[in-house]
Design a protein around this ligand. Structure first.
Ligand SMILES: Cc1nc2c(=O)[nH]c(=O)nc-2n(C[C@H](O)[C@H](O)[C@H](O)CO)c1C
Length: 74
């Protein structure tokens, strides 16, 4: 469930092109306490789906929409 609550500010560790998408890796702490695959997390105001995570970061795929890509790369 997307609550709209801001739990913390993460730090972008890596942005990597992968086929038609950009894979974003974000370092975080608080949200990792109860994260699950498929969660929706708002990043810079854009709702994205968690595709993977580890002990200190999580991964998202950004679809190739110009607005979305430019939003993150600017
Ligand atoms: C849940 C969700 N997940 C993703 C995602 O994993 N990757 C992505 O690029 N877009 C997702 N979206 C749509 C975005 O929140 C946003 O509404 C669109 O990218 C339009 O800019 C949504 C709504």
């Amino acid at each position: 469930m997307f609550t709209g609550i801001i739990e913390e500010l993460g730090a972008i560790q890596r942005i990597e092109p992968h086929g038609n998408t950009l894979v974003l890796n974000i370092k975080a702490k608080k949200v990792l306490e109860d994260i699950t695959l498929g969660d929706s997390i708002s990043v810079n105001g854009v709702c994205l789906t968690v595709t993977n995570f580890n002990h200190d970061s999580f991964y998202l795929d950004i679809m190739p929409k110009p607005f979305t890509a430019l939003h993150f790369l600017s």
